[in-house]
Write a protein that binds this ligand. Structure first.
Ligand code: SF4
Length: 217
């Protein structure tokens, strides 16, 4: 099976396996998703979701993030790790939104990824999940690992992995593709001891029963 054929089969099978796959960060609007995504760096979505209810209540607008004292924000988000840098990014992001965008989250990848604390990955998360715009594929640790194991890429650099995936899958699937792979990575194809025996994709997976075959040492 060629890489293209494998991608075509995955494009059909993954939505059948994970029809309910979605972003697992809780949010009610684009600003909340932007903040939650910044907090999710090096942290689980479950942990972020524990912190955000009180944060979103304290800071309902971009101006609130621009104005909240660093120490107060650090205290609220402490349990997500790297809280000093994250607090700095979120306050800077709030100020940039107020200064450059009238407090409104922009809808382009260039404007979003220029915000403090938000690179291409964060921009793709917000565009895909808050605005329904398929601008790219979010490549996190799960998507990177599964793309290698499933033989969809030979690259480990997230930017190159994203380019490979964008060539293989139709644009309308880009946001969902990352959800499908993340869900499969969390539930079946874990970094250590993946469940190849029970895996729905084992027939087409070149790494079945040898999951480290494609992983760079
Ligand atoms: S067969 Fe194994 S390596 Fe391949 S996708 Fe399934 S769990 Fe992952």
């Amino acid at each position: 099976m060629t890489r293209k054929e494998r991608a075509k089969t995955l494009a059909k099978e993954l939505p059948e396996i994970y029809p309910d796959a979605h972003c697992e960060l809780d949010f009610g609007n684009p600003l909340e998703l932007l903040v939650a995504t910044i907090l999710s760096a090096q942290c689980t979505d479950v942990r972020v979701n524990m912190v955000t209810p009180s944060l979103f209540k304290r800071c309902p607008s971009a101006a609130d993030y621009a104005g909240i004292p660093q120490e107060e924000l650090e205290t609220i988000i402490r349990s997500t790790g790297f809280y000093r840098n994250k607090a700095k990014s979120i306050r800077g992001m709030g100020a940039a939104l107020v200064e450059r965008h009238d407090g409104v989250v922009p809808k382009t990848i260039a404007e979003l990824s220029a915000l403090p604390g938000a690179g291409r990955k964060t921009a793709n998360v917000v565009l895909g999940n808050a605005f329904g715009i398929n601008e790219g594929v979010v490549v996190d640790t799960h998507v990177g690992r599964l793309s290698l194991r499933l033989g969809l890429t030979k690259n480990s650099d997230p930017v190159k992995v994203e380019q490979d995936l964008m060539k293989l899958f139709p644009r309308e699937q880009w946001t969902d593709l990352s959800h499908w792979l993340i869900w499969h990575g969390r539930r079946r194809c874990k970094a250590r001891n993946p469940d190849c025996e029970g895996c729905e994709l084992r027939e087409l997976c070149p790494s079945a029963d040898q999951p480290d075959r494609y992983l760079k040492k």
